[in-house]
Design a protein around this ligand. Structure first.
Ligand SMILES: Cc1cc2nc3c(=O)[nH]c(=O)nc-3n(C[C@H](O)[C@H](O)[C@H](O)COP(=O)(O)OP(=O)(O)OC[C@H]3O[C@@H](n4cnc5c(N)ncnc54)[C@H](O)[C@@H]3O)c2cc1C
Length: 301
């Protein structure tokens, strides 16, 4: 949840910019009330609610928010319980239009989806087209409302995560829009411009890669010792914070990043990629999901 607020001038400018781009923006009192809450106890009325229909819309909104110094909060099903999906600026609702399953490659076990797809819909579709051979495994109890975008951001898990892993274990590739409107794609090989001919985004990808590499070098010891001691570590940890260190030591369960760093060899590259998924992900606009082999009838954990 971010905290900046705009003045009246920049608010008008923001609305003008978004409307001029032909993007649906709603500032009605009713809509602002509806989006002032999620499944948490927090209530934060936004300035506006925007319903993007394409990646281009997302990039335009992100740029408008950056230009007017307006907070931006992405939102899927709004089922977060810690105020994750409410914010004082623009709320970008992916669930209304950007909710399509674009492709399912049964051979590769990869689905190409927009971020507003509801988890249960994705799982049902994959099960249907694969004759119940494949599914999308992450299954939080909120799965009939929760979307892929929100589940990536929260690294959602669920009843079967002990056996089949969390959402982060099922991501093949993420298309990202950064705060300056650059379009990047994050894979296990690193972050690169989604369109190789897009020089601005390529430069941004290079900067992010450099910054992350430096970050890893600077905090390598802390990353090796502290990261991944709890399984679902979706926020950073001040390396020197003693209470947190003590808590973490109780669960020696290394994450992929932690494991890789401990193994050594190419650690900087993978660390850069993993951190990049979080650092650069202003919006996750499209993703492919790795194959999940859970049979249709849940066999328990
Ligand atoms: C009854 C109930 C049961 C639950 N059970 C579980 C459970 O078993 N396991 C579990 O892990 N969680 C659970 N949750 C928490 C929550 O439902 C999940 O984490 C869920 O995956 C969130 O998805 P969402 O689409 O509702 O995300 P939202 O709440 O809309 O958003 C979550 C976060 O993702 C960000 N976000 C959303 N879309 C995008 C995007 N396109 N790009 C970038 N960021 C984005 C938002 O800004 C926010 O920070 C439960 C919640 C409830 C209310």
């Amino acid at each position: 949840m971010s905290t900046s607020r705009t003045g009246a001038d920049s608010r008008d400018e923001l609305r003008e910019q978004i409307s001029a781009a032909g993007i649906e923006i709603d500032v009605s009192g009713r809509r602002l009330q509806e989006y002032s809450y999620d499944a948490s106890n927090y209530r934060v009325p936004p300035l506006a609610v925007v319903f993007p229909q394409s990646v281009q819309d997302v990039a335009a909104v992100v740029r408008a928010c950056a230009a007017t110094n307006t907070a931006l909060t992405s939102r899927g099903g709004g089922t977060s319980m810690a105020g994750n999906a409410v914010g004082p600026g623009v709320v970008l609702d992916f669930s209304r239009y950007m909710n399509k399953i674009l492709d399912v490659d049964l051979k590769a076990g990869i689905a190409d989806v927009q971020p507003g797809v509801v988890l249960a819909d994705l799982a049902a579709h994959v099960e249907q087209v694969s004759s119940a051979r494949l599914t999308f495994a992450p299954d939080p109890s909120s799965k009939n409302r929760a979307t892929v975008g929100g589940s990536v951001a929260n690294d959602a898990c669920g009843n079967h995560s002990v056996r089949y892993g969390r959402t982060s274990d099922h991501i093949w590739e993420l298309d990202l829009v950064t705060a300056d409107g650059s379009r990047l794609t994050a894979t296990n090989d690193g972050v690169h411009a989604t369109d190789p001919d897009d020089a601005v985004s390529a430069a941004r990808a290079a900067t992010i890669t450099d910054d992350l590499t430096q970050l890893v070098h600077k905090h390598l010891a802390a990353f090796r010792l502290e990261l991944g001691r709890i399984q679902r570590q979706v926020v950073g940890l001040p390396p020197g914070e003693p209470a947190a260190r003590k808590r973490l030591r109780r669960r020696p369960s290394p994450s992929r990043l932690g494991r890789h760093l401990r193994r050594g060899g190419g650690g900087e590259d993978e660390a850069g990629t993993q951190a990049g998924k979080r650092a650069a992900a202003v919006c996750r606009v499209q993703r492919r999901s790795r194959r999940s082999t859970r049979p249709r009838s849940d066999s328990g954990v």
